[in-house]
Write a protein that binds this ligand. Structure first.
Ligand SMILES: C[S@@+](CC[C@H](N)C(=O)[O-])C[C@H]1O[C@@H](n2cnc3c(N)ncnc32)[C@H](O)[C@@H]1O
Length: 321
């Protein structure tokens, strides 16, 4: 049954489609559902009554948990208001790991503090069985001088040459600001956000499922990282945009044998476990105390458009449209 949906974008209502996915068959589930903020989607009407919205959310969240493997991770992206309800429900059926605060300005909501983060709830299906990898992001530096933004004082020489372990506050990934990087969709996520979640919680060839695929961020991230994906999307146009992007996506996001996440010409995320192998690809100053003004650089920027050798990918006629 899984094969029918594997490495395809299937157009339809995720609630019905999820029923066809076997129990405990998916390595990572991620959902970025409509936020009930009257966004202008093509098909979906984003303005349900409070209880109607919450009851609907409980149905697909329960399905996400059901299909996730015991070793699997469940991620839910939304504004904090809805995540409080999600967490109360999820706490009964999965194991809480983190509330990731993704620093990104959001819509003002009336007489309130200015909302400045979205949340990503991170649950394990079973905490003890969870597959999880620590990941690192580059040191934050002042754009022109390249000086470290944080003052590490006497600890400079013992800093990791690449950058710190990723915490539960993410300030280094920005929402898509330029229209040239955006599809005709009101709330497309950046691909390297999904790549970070995928690197944290899956291995090559694992299966990532997103029931609200939009214009394909999760599928593209999975494909770039050599993972399999399953995507559902209600709207035909969005599903078509995704499928067309996937059919053009030849890249695989690697340095040597290690999967990494790139953003523009930099690495946004790499796995801590891969560092001993990856460091041979970097120029690293022999004087660790100079880390505050000499960033490490890649010896040669690797081609990431090499045709896929082992990663999965669809052909046009494989797409479930
Ligand atoms: C917040 S957007 C997802 C955006 C996506 N993360 C991206 O980066 O492109 C939510 C999506 O869910 C879709 N949607 C709404 N109801 C759905 C349903 N019942 N089944 C599948 N998709 C649905 C909407 O059409 C919309 O594209």
């Amino acid at each position: 049954m899984l094969d029918k949906y594997l490495n395809k974008i299937t157009q339809g209502d995720c609630l019905g489609l999820l029923k066809n996915i076997p129990d405990e068959s998916i390595d990572m589930t991620f959902a970025d559902p409509p936020f009930n903020l009257k966004k202008g989607y093509n098909t979906y009407k984003d303005g349900l009554k409070l209880q109607e919205y919450l009851s609907w959310c409980e149905l697909w969240i329960a399905e996400m948990v059901r299909v996730t493997k015991p070793s699997g991770a469940i991620f839910l992206h939304n504004i904090p208001k809805w995540l409080t309800y999600y967490a109360a429900f999820l706490n009964k059926i999965a194991d809480f790991k983190h509330w990731i605060a993704w620093d990104a300005s959001t819509m003002p909501m009336g007489k309130t503090l200015q909302p400045a983060h979205y949340g990503i709830l991170f649950y394990a299906k079973k905490a003890k069985a969870l597959k999880f990898y620590e990941v690192r992001h580059p040191h934050k530096r002042e754009r022109k001088s390249a000086y470290l933004i944080k003052d590490y004082g006497g600890k400079k020489p013992i800093l990791h040459p690449f950058g710190p372990l990723v915490s539960d506050v993410w300030t280094d990934i920005h929402r898509i600001k330029h229209n040239k990087f955006r599809d005709e969709h009101p709330c497309q996520l950046p691909i390297h956000l999904l790549e970070r979640l995928i690197l944290m919680s899956t291995d090559e060839q694992d299966i990532v499922l997103d029931p609200f695929m939009g214009t394909g961020t999760t599928a593209l991230a999975a494909r770039r990282l050599g993972r399999n994906y399953i995507g559902f999307e209600l709207d035909k146009d969005y599903a078509e945009i995704t499928s067309s992007k996937l059919s053009r996506e030849k890249g695989y996001s690697k340095i040597g044998d290690a999967w990494v996440s790139f953003y523009l010409n930099n690495i946004a995320t790499l796995r801590d476990d891969d560092w001993d192998y990856l460091k041979q690809f970097f120029i690293i100053s022999s004087k660790p105390e100079q880390i505050d003004y000499i960033p490490i650089t890649l010896k040669a920027f690797p081609k990431i458009t090499t045709p896929i050798k082992r990663g999965p990918g669809p052909s046009q006629d494989e797409l479930n449209l």
